[in-house]
Ligand binder design. Structure first.
Ligand code: HEM
Ligand code: FPP
Length: 479
């Protein structure tokens, strides 16, 4: 094929992926608005179809606008689903992509009929949950079609060296001969040495993870308490959480000190360079554990037990058992990051509730879509460390495809969360905008297979979760 033909073909395929991604986001918009309280109230304000008549109660003007918005959006998204299906048939995509899209279009027609029946005869006229189930099936089919088409268009049989990797950024700590890190030489002044050591202890606590994990716990608390959330619970829970994360990070540094020496990203860690003796690090980790338990116990024993479970899960189950032994290490390891949602809820209610489990589910499903970007960018490093990360074991093409799968699953998780809570318009708007950016970054990563694209997708993942959690906080505490 001539170069200009290849470029034209790639341009067409990029546009098709863009169309599929836009269609997926459109269906997601309909689903999330349908699952939030916004549409639940709006549906009651409008009992005619296909147009909506003015309600009797003037107070329900907003609901009327939402109901109209839902119907107009359904028309536009229906056109997108139809356009994607026709494009798939014309472009000659794979059989499974065509099958998924034709199925989605067929179900969309059924969905419109179910919507009309609900509007005219009331929700009792259909099987409970049918409208939502059909919507979820349509969304899943479109995300699968997107992932499969991207795999076909941008994937490679030969998986070696597709990322443009930077030369080893070892920052002067790796011994060139052995490939392992050399002990660090300390500055001669006492003040400089003390500052360096204090900063090293601080870094062992993995402070960069804390803001997002604290937001998870805060969202758990806000969902449980609503506007009546008190300052003492917030301070004790977040304080205990920060100390627990610090303890987990410290134990992780202790247990991975040998392997950290072999990886350029981690070779300058304080235990890898022997700046901090192992014994001192263990004592520091135990101190942080005790301090965090003390903080949690000022609230209740369940919060403390969950905090201890999180420390043990991350340090022992994830770091020692899962990370070196299975390609599903970071999928299962996501449970550690999900536990703060339960801790936050338990701090307020002294039990584990369904909304907290749904929030934890969102974090659990988000984690692979967050981490696989880094696994792609650092895959040489992980291979050197001997870790069976997804790109190392199954290749880059499969890893990129799984990022799209997990974004789809995360978005479904946000719908479940909306379904079982009172979250409303702000939450719906935020998940759609940031979910769209997240999905778009992952599509870009397929076409532009560079470290820069992997980091963009990684940052989009953090921005997505951060924004969604802030929206949950504001929605639950203020609106
Ligand atoms: C198995 C699960 C996870 C793995 C393997 C993982 C891995 C990583 C790694 C290796 C980094 C460092 C990136 C770098 O060196 O440039 C990182 C950064 C980060 N992770 Fe994760 N992560 C996981 C789960 C989580 C969870 C559950 C959260 C929070 C809910 C989280 C939040 C963050 C944040 C906020 C950063 C820092 C971003 C920045 O500095 O810009 N991670 N993650
Ligand atoms: C409340 C509480 C105690 C929560 C703990 C949860 C926690 C610390 C989650 C972090 C998630 C995680 C697995 C990060 C990467 O570890 P990694 O070991 O793969 O990263 P590394 O290679 O940089 O060491």
């Amino acid at each position: 094929m001539a170069p200009s033909d290849t470029a034209r073909r790639l341009g067409t395929r990029t546009r098709f992926s863009g169309l599929l991604a836009a269609t997926a986001v459109g269906v997601y918009l309909l689903l999330i608005v349908g699952a939030t309280t916004s549409l639940t109230d709006a549906a009651a304000a409008c009992s005619t179809w296909p147009t909506c008549h003015t309600p009797i109660d003037p107070l329900s003007q907003t609901e009327l606008a939402i109901a109209w918005g839902h119907r107009l959006a359904a028309v536009v998204v229906g056109l997108l689903v139809a356009a994607s299906t026709v494009a798939a048939l014309v472009l000659g995509t794979s059989t499974r992509v065509r099958f998924a899209l034709v199925g989605a279009l067929g179900l969309y027609v059924v969905q419109v009929a179910v919507g009309a029946l609900t509007a005219t005869n009331g929700p009792a006229a259909i099987v409970p949950g049918l409208h939502l189930t059909l919507g979820i099936t349509i969304f899943s089919a479109i995300v699968l079609a997107l992932a499969w088409d991207l795999e076909l268009t941008t994937g490679a049989e030969d998986e070696t060296d597709m990322l443009e990797r930077s030369p080893e950024p070892i920052e002067g700590t790796i011994d060139d001969e052995s490939g392992t890190s050399a002990p660090r030489t300390l500055p001669s002044s006492l003040l400089a040495r003390t500052r360096l050591t204090a900063f090293a202890y601080f870094k062992m606590m993995k402070p960069r993870l804390m803001w997002l994990l604290c937001l998870v716990a805060a969202a758990g608390m806000a969902l449980a308490a609503g506007p009546s959330l008190d300052a003492q619970t917030i301070v004790a829970t977040l304080g205990g959480g920060v100390l627990a994360i610090g303890a987990s990070g410290t134990f992780n540094h202790v247990l991975e000190r040998d392997v950290d020496q072999r990886m350029s990203r981690t070779a300058d860690r304080p235990l890898a360079t022997e700046l901090i003796p192992v014994r001192n690090a263990v004592i520091f980790g135990l101190f942080l554990t005790a301090a965090s338990m003390t903080a949690f116990l000022t609230i209740n024993a369940l919060a403390a037990a969950l905090g201890l479970a999180a420390i043990l899960f991350y340090s022992v189950v994830y770091t020692l058992l899962l990370k070196p032994n299975t390609v599903q290490n970071t999928v299962l390891g996501g449970a550690a990051g999900a536990l703060p949602a339960l801790i936050g809820w338990a701090a307020v209610t002294n039990e584990i509730g369904l909304p907290a489990l749904a929030l934890a589910g969102v974090i659990f499903l988000w984690t692979p879509a967050h981490f696989y970007n880094l696994a792609l960018a650092y895959q040489d490093d992980y291979a050197r460390g001997g870790f069976p990360m997804m790109p190392v074991v199954r290749g880059e093409t499969v890893t990129r495809k799984h990022i799209v799968y997990y974004i789809g699953a995360t978005l479904l998780g946000t719908i479940a969360l909306a379904w079982i809570t009172d979250l409303g318009t702000l939450y719906a708007g935020t998940v759609v905008v940031f979910g769209g950016i997240f999905l778009w970054a992952a599509v870009q990563l397929h076409f532009e297979q560079t470290e820069a694209a992997a980091f963009r997708s990684f940052h989009a993942s953090n921005a997505f979760l951060g924004a969604v959690l802030v929206a949950v906080l504001v929605d639950a505490l203020v609106l």
